[in-house]
Ligand binder design. Structure first.
Ligand code: FAD
Ligand code: FES
Length: 497
């Protein structure tokens, strides 16, 4: 299982460096996704010495597994922001997204990254969806975004309505990361793979500890998806949403979308085309759920069945999954961490619209460090709190608390079975007082701690990706216990079989 983009770029020359013995830089950026690399390049353009510290490999997590639609029309996002915040906040979000879109398109132009200009379409199939679309149309109109109402679309099924916005864009996200990495290197920056940030201490400079060694930096930017190290409590203020994407080869007379479509009804569906060699594949995404709180294999199966019912005779070439984080306020969370004296900054909470919001984060962090914050940043940041966000945050905490109790009660009641799980299965059970997680993948049975290294959630088996996923805040681990993503910074301990 690999995304189309990671598959196409396997073995390609993503630049990486060894960590120098006594590395000392202006800014260390943890995370080599779009947020991290765009931030690093924006800072390098101001003449700063920058190092990117990536726990796995560049693009390995959300950015290499996205669906990469670069659009100002984002489902029904503007009206969702408007419902919870002032119109000025939605206006600031749109202005920031436009600045980010322009920045990324200019990067693609100068680095000759292929961009396909496409109409973005938000569509509804039911009455509730149509009402959401009308609200989106109204907000778009109030903000001067020229989205058009359509009664029909190119989709091979009827819709209750659609909004379309011309001249948006789609691309291969790994091409974009490659361009960013090359520019960063040309400007004297470094990228170190396999360097997981584990701690930060001191002040002037910061001592940044990683699994590859130590870096001294005036500032640290956390571009790690959800910010790690817990200092801003971000993991507790956000929901990790995992969703699925499938790519298909289409028979000669079969349908491939020209536009980029996203439904505003549940379950969310997303459709676009994607270049694969000389072929144009159909790409279908959706079936979003909170990480660790659903049945992943059933979600993939259902999406596959839906795609096959749309276009008969298609042949699946790739499938993959990824997660992104949504904040309690519904807005990206960008800025300095409390108590860090402005030295540690983070950007997160893109709600699956990070092709613009990651760059919004990069521009905001760079402007803040330069002491010239963008005009839209104040409105975005001041709207991050408020009563609706506090209520949403209380609901998040309660939901995580329920998951914690259910997980520990289940593990306490269930002794570990004496026989190993069947191929592709995993089970958590009690050994003594400890939850232990046992799985069998590719004929190999592994036993690891069943307790997440972040804040002790009891893990659940992901039957599609064969991983251990935490239902509290979305940390994920391989069957062997290696940390894959999320707010945790340590692997799971191994257990005897
Ligand atoms: C299925 C799916 C489809 C999407 N489709 C779209 C779309 O069409 N349009 C759109 O605008 N957005 C889309 N998004 C959202 C977008 O892909 C993300 O918001 C964006 O890629 C996030 O980028 P990032 O750099 O913040 O995170 P990531 O790409 O996840 O990068 C974070 C990096 O930090 C590294 N890291 C983590 N912990 C540490 C540590 N301790 N030390 C060092 N490094 C660490 C990780 O290994 C990772 O490489 C989609 C998201 C998903 C999940
Ligand atoms: S991710 Fe927080 S407890 Fe597991």
């Amino acid at each position: 299982m690999s995304s189309l983009w990671l598959d196409m770029h396997e073995g390609s020359q993503m630049p990486t460096d060894a960590l120098p013995g006594r590395a000392s830089v202006d800014v260390a950026v943890a995370g080599g996704g779009l947020t991290g690399l765009a931030t690093a390049v924006a800072l390098a353009r101001t003449g700063r010495r920058v190092i990117v510290l990536e726990a796995r490999t560049v693009g390995a997590v959300a950015t290499g597994n996205t669906t990469a639609k670069l659009s100002l029309l984002q489902g029904a996002r503007l009206s969702e922001i408007r419902r919870r915040h002032a119109l000025g906040t939605a206006a600031a979000y749109l202005t920031a997204s436009r600045a980010a879109q322009d920045w990324l398109l200019e990067l693609c132009r100068t680095h000759r990254v292929e961009v396909q200009r496409r109409d973005a379409v938000s569509y509804a199939v039911g009455e509730a969806g149509a009402r959401r679309l009308r609200a989106e149309q109204e907000t778009a109109r109030a903000l001067g975004l020229p989205a058009r109402w359509e009664d029909s679309t190119e989709l091979p099924f009827p819709v209750a309505g659609a909004l379309s916005l011309a001249e948006q864009a789609q691309f291969d996200p790994m091409e974009v990361l490659l361009a960013l990495a090359q520019e960063l290197r040309e400007r004297g920056g470094m990228i170190v793979d396999g360097a997981r940030l584990t701690d930060v201490a001191g002040r002037d400079p910061l001592t940044v500890s990683t699994t590859r060694g130590t870096v001294h930096a005036d500032r640290l930017v956390l571009a790690t998806g959800v910010p790690v190290l817990g200092r801003g409590g971000h993991a507790l203020r956000m929901v990790p949403h995992r969703s699925y994407a499938l790519a298909y080869r289409v028979p000669e007379s079969g349908w491939v979308p020209r536009g980029m479509h996203v439904s505003v009804d549940a379950p969310v569906r997303s459709l676009r085309s994607a270049r694969y060699g000389d072929e144009e594949l159909l790409l279908v995404g959706g079936n979003d759920h909170v990480t660790g709180r659903a049945e992943p294999a059933a979600a993939v199966q259902e999406l596959d069945t839906w795609a096959r019912s749309l276009v008969p005779g298609i042949e699946r070439t790739h499938w993959w999954a990824a997660q992104d984080y949504e904040s309690a306020s519904g807005l990206p969370l960008i800025g300095a961490l409390p108590g860090s004296g402005g030295r540690i900054l983070a950007s997160t909470g893109y709600a699956k619209w990070g092709m613009t919001s990651a760059v919004v984060g990069a521009l905001a962090v760079t402007g803040t460090i330069e002491d010239r914050p963008p005009s839209w940043l104040g409105a975005l940041r001041s709207a991050g709190g408020g009563l609706p966000a506090v209520a949403a945050m209380a609901a998040l905490t309660a939901a995580a608390g329920r998951e914690a109790m259910t997980g520990w009660a289940g593990a306490a009641l269930r002794p570990l079975p004496s026989r190993p799980p069947s191929e592709g299965e995993g089970v958590v059970g009690r050994r003594g007082a400890r939850p232990v997680a046992v799985s069998t993948v590719d004929g190999r049975t592994c036993a690891v701690s069943g307790v997440c290294t972040h804040l002790a959630g009891v893990l659940r088996w992901n039957d599609a990706e064969h991983t251990w996923d935490c239902p509290l805040h979305g940390s994920r681990f391989s069957a062997e216990g290696a940390l894959l993503e999320g707010p945790a910074v340590k692997d799971l301990g191994t257990e005897p079989l």
